[in-house]
Structures are given as structure tokens and as C-alpha cells.
Design a protein around this ligand. Structure first.
Ligand code: FE2
Ligand code: FE2
Length: 244
């Protein structure tokens, strides 16, 4: 059953480029989650479905954007493949594969949620946010932003994992798994940005800026985060304090 929303960002032309499927243990857990009918969102409480119908488009857009960014970078590196960058290429491939699994899991959820009137508007705002993130920037700056963004996403996933849904709710379980991948992505994107010349002061200036604009994007759904016990102001204050 297709859901109401078209993709936020196109699938890469050459998805999962090399065909060396690097299924890691966490990736296997996410694939298993997605293939398990017990996790189907159709079984979730009506109120939970309504809340998540507003929040999933925000998350989904990020997964689709990240897939495209990593795919483009892998394609670029492949054309200049050297022994030195092979392990970096492998790390980037692993991230693209992770994002693809996150995308599929979230799409499967969305397919079984009600269509809410503001869904397209929410998706549009998210698309704009991610498109702006990469616009007119050098690759180094872009990967700094991705590292910062994924650090924020790691925290948001942690909040969902420990939200009022309860830790054994299928969505909480999925968010706990995605959180593990995102923490790894922070590491990969950070190292990649450093290889492209990023300095600590460059990270510092992006931390506040990216954090603020993500907070603004998510704030439009404040009430739905709050309904799950996730107070965005507290989450973002804690992130900013950590980076001061
Ligand atoms: Fe992701
Ligand atoms: Fe990520």
C-alpha cells in the first residue's frame, strides 16, 4: 500500500553502488524489525498513529536526503579511487545502506498511518530544510553539518526510545536501533569532514547554527513531540549546553 507522500528526495540513480552489501548486526536488526508483521503500525493505538503521522515525515525526509548525499559522495570517490580512500569509501557505503534501511522502515510505518491534512506541508518544510543545508556549500562544510545534524538526530531517537510510548513499543525499539546507526554516522561524517580540512572551530560554529535551525523545523510539531513526552526545548538546550 503506497502512502500519501511522494519521496522527499529522489532515490539515488545508482543505489547502493558497489553491491558489496555490508549488512552489519544492527542493520540486520532493523531489516528484521521491518519484516516483522507484529511491528506493523496498523496495530498501534489511534492516538499514537495520529501523532506519528505528523512526525514521521520529518524523519523520513532526513533519511532520503542523507542517502542521496552519501551516494553522490561515493560516486565521486569511486571515480578517483585510490588505496588511501578505500576504507573511507567503505564507511560512506555503510552509511548509505543504513539510511536506506531507515528510509524503508519509516516508509513502512507511514503506509499504515492515517493521512493527516498537514502531512504534505510538514514534508515541504522538511525538504526545504535539508535542501538548504547542502546549498552553495563546499563538501567539507556540508559534511560538518551532517555530523552535527546526526548528533541531534541521535538525541531525538534517544528521546523517542524513552518516550511515553514505553521502551517495548515497536516504534521505540526501532528508534533505539536507528540511534545506534546515527551515532556511527556522526563519527563517519566527522572524520570525513576532517579529511576534507575541517577544523574544531568550523565544527563549533556549525553546531549552534544547525541545532537552531533543526529546532525551528521540529518546533512546528511541538505539540506532537510533547504528546509523547518529548520536550524539544529541553532536548535542544541540553545539546547546546554540551557544545558550549
Ligand atoms: Fe538515518
Ligand atoms: Fe544518518
Amino acid at each position: 500500500m503506497p502512502h500519501n507522500l511522494s519521496r522527499c528526495f529522489a532515490l539515488p540513480d545508482t543505489p547502493l553502488l558497489v553491491g558489496i552489501k555490508q549488512q552489519n548486526a544492527n542493520g540486520q536488526r532493523i531489516s528484521d524489525w521491518t519484516n516483522n508483521p507484529d511491528n506493523c503500525a496498523a496495530h498501534w493505538a489511534e492516538e499514537e498513529q495520529f501523532i506519528l503521522a505528523h512526525l514521521i515525515p520529518l524523519l523520513l525526509c532526513g533519511e532520503q536526503s542523507a542517502q542521496l548525499v552519501f551516494n553522490q559522495e561515493i560516486t565521486r570517490l569511486f571515480s578517483q579511487s585510490t588505496v588511501e580512500n578505500q576504507s573511507m569509501v567503505n564507511s560512506l557505503i555503510e552509511v548509505e545502506e543504513d539510511e536506506s534501511r531507515h528510509d524503508q522502515a519509516l516508509q513502512w510505518i507511514l503506509q499504515h498511518l492515517p493521512i493527516v491534512p498537514t502531512q504534505k506541508k510538514i514534508q515541504g518544510q522538511a525538504r526545504l530544510f535539508y535542501a538548504k543545508l547542502g546549498r552553495g556549500e563546499g563538501r567539507c562544510q556540508h559534511f560538518i553539518k551532517i555530523a552535527v545534524l546526526d548528533a541531534c538526530v541521535t538525541q531525538i531517537m534517544h528521546e523517542f526510545e524513552h518516550s511515553s510510548l514505553g521502551v517495548s513499543h515497536p516504534f521505540a525499539v526501532l528508534c533505539g536501533l536507528i540511534k545506534k546507526d546515527e551515532a556511527k554516522h556522526v563519527y563517519v561524517a566527522k572524520h570525513y569532514a576532517q579529511a576534507l580540512g575541517a577544523t574544531p572551530s568550523m565544527f563549533k560554529s556549525e553546531q549552534v547554527a544547525v541545532c537552531k535551525s533543526l529546532h525551528k523545523l521540529l518546533s512546528s510539531q511541538n505539540q506532537h513531540f510533547a504528546a509523547l513526552g518529548v520536550e524539544l526545548a529541553r532536548v535542544f538546550n541540553a545539546l547546546e549546553a554540551k557544545w558550549q
